[in-house]
Design a protein around this ligand. Structure first.
Ligand SMILES: Cc1cc2nc3c(=O)[nH]c(=O)nc-3n(C[C@H](O)[C@H](O)[C@H](O)COP(=O)(O)OP(=O)(O)OC[C@H]3O[C@@H](n4cnc5c(N)ncnc54)[C@H](O)[C@@H]3O)c2cc1C
Length: 458
């Protein structure tokens, strides 16, 4: 029997999920699996990096889910510090550089999985290479930032108001470091609409972060080592800077090889995660998917999606049948004590689609108002005009608020209307929610709004 040779590029969530799933279905005599990872670790939790940097998670090894030795027990040859430099689609081989030994070699494949993830955006701002400027992308970044934080800097500046910027700010404040955050958007968390983002901006300020929104960073200043961050409006002193400006799909080697990219700039894949090229698959942050509400192509950088896409890819390579139907961009984060969540489409994403919609925003509490620990929660619901189909939801609140987004994500998945949702049999007891859960209050109001607009149409 000829063994099929599977090569995986990228040894984290998507790549190693694909390898593990393929192995579960095909034994080593039938399928040889080699995974190349340029960093020193496989299968680590990037999501845990801010919590390691803050010291909330004490031991970085707990962020590593599976080591190369553990993969070896599954007959998966996971080689760290090996960078794939080139893909040859015609010859069916990759050019690999062993970063420890400093030697290059070719590895042939019958099946190739591109799972190269995403990389931080690096805008052309002078000073980003100064010592004391950190990114937060791979495990090593988390180790470096933790070391810098342990050295007790006095002042830090976070550049970027997305979830990585927010989580970095939370980590720095947790360590008692005076922290400022600069964001170019009018409010932080621009994946929410500005009315909900404003609540997060306020929450950040309440948590003790100096926040400057609508300001572009012009330069990071220093003399070998960072001293300050300059925007159009001010100069913020800094002993440490964390960049959280955004991420883009890491597709350089795929593009060079001629792998087809989609309109988002990520690798175009079909529902089974196969690319247009025979034997070539892609999964995770470097791959495109379909938005389940708009139907359009999207490229999310979320561990939830990367793991599922990797699984689907591996099942198919293993001879099974699985599809990844698409995503909603469901995401949660927090800047203690403020929790933030979103799913589906925001108003900003809906406007260019020409879909007409109604929005409602409600305020409630996470527990019955008389129960100790009842905390505020605000929910915004977006529903299609006339049909009442749920299009998106956003939540900002305190403890117990964010995970309610999963009810909306499930409803979106099932194409429910806000009217359908009113009678959902959600649980209730005073420590957990009011008798009308805030989710139900929000959809009830949304259904009333839809009904009122229907009356206007008659
Ligand atoms: C700080 C932070 C917090 C996050 N928090 C959350 C969260 O709370 N929830 C959530 O859903 N998502 C979160 N994410 C996103 C999540 O971590 C990613 O979506 C997920 O890791 C993507 O998995 P992936 O396998 O596609 O890519 P990656 O995890 O980026 O892995 C790709 C791997 O490929 C390797 N590689 C790249 N090019 C090559 C090459 N040429 N040769 C060899 N190896 C290569 C890289 O070194 C990398 O290890 C967070 C990300 C960060 C950075």
């Amino acid at each position: 029997m000829t063994r099929t040779r599977m090569v995986v590029v990228g040894g984290d969530a998507a790549g190693m999920s694909a390898a593990s799933q393929a192995r579960r279905r095909r034994p080593a005599e039938d399928l040889a699996i080699v995974a190349f990872e340029r960093g020193p670790h496989t299968s680590y939790s990037a999501c845990g990096l801010p919590y390691y940097a803050s010291g909330m998670v004490g031991d970085w090894e707990r962020l590593v889910v599976r080591t190369p030795d553990q993969f070896a027990q599954q007959d998966i040859d996971a080689r760290v510090r090996h960078q794939v430099e080139e893909i040859d689609l015609d010859a069916g081989r990759v050019r690999v550089q062993d970063l420890e030994q400093g030697r290059g070699f070719d590895e042939p494949w019958d099946v190739l999985v591109v799972a190269t993830g995403s990389e931080p955006v690096r805008p052309p701002v002078p000073g980003l290479d100064l010592a004391g400027v950190y990114g937060l992308s791979i495990l090593q970044d988390g180790l470096d930032l933790r070391r810098a934080v342990d050295a007790k800097p006095e002042r830090a500046v976070v550049v970027g108001g997305g979830y990585i910027g927010l989580e970095a700010a939370e980590a720095l404040i947790y360590r008692g470091i005076e922290t400022a955050l600069v964001a170019q958007s009018p409010e932080v968390m621009s994946t929410l609409d500005p009315d909900m983002g404003a609540l997060v901006t306020r929450g950040l300020r309440d948590a003790g972060v100096e926040v400057y929104t609508g300001e572009k960073v012009e330069a990071v200043e220093g003399d070998g080592r960072v001293r300050a961050v300059r925007t159009a409006g001010r100069t913020l002193p800094a002993d440490l800077v964390v960049l959280g400006i955004g991420t883009q799909p890491n597709v350089a080697i795929a593009r060079q090889a001629g792998v087809a990219l989609g309109p988002t700039g990520a690798i175009e894949v079909g529902p089974r995660m196969q690319t247009r090229h025979e034997g070539v698959w892609a999964a995770g942050d470097c791959a495109e998917t379909r938005h389940l509400v708009s139907g359009g192509p999207v490229n999310y950088h979320l561990g939830t999606i990367a793991n599922k896409q990797g699984r689907v890819c591996g099942i198919n390579i293993g001879g099974g049948y699985a599809t990844f139907p698409g995503a909603l961009g469901t995401a949660v984060t927090q800047v203690w004590p403020v929790e933030v969540a979103r799913t589906g489409l925001s108003e900003a994403e809906l406007r260019p689609l020409g879909l007409e919609y109604e929005t409602v925003t409600i305020d409630s509490t996470t527990r019955v108002s008389y129960f100790p620990g009842a905390a505020p929660i605000r929910i915004k619901v977006i529903a299609e005009r006339r049909s009442g189909r749920l299009l998106g939801a956003q939540i900002v609140g305190k403890e117990g608020a964010a995970k309610r987004i999963d009810v909306f994500a499930t409803a979106l998945w099932n194409r429910m209307t806000v009217e359908d949702m009113i009678n959902l049999d959600l649980s209730y007891a005073p420590p957990f929610s009011p008798v009308w859960d805030p989710v139900l209050i929000a959809v009830r109001k949304a259904a009333e709004r839809i009904e009122a607009t229907m009356a206007d149409c008659r």
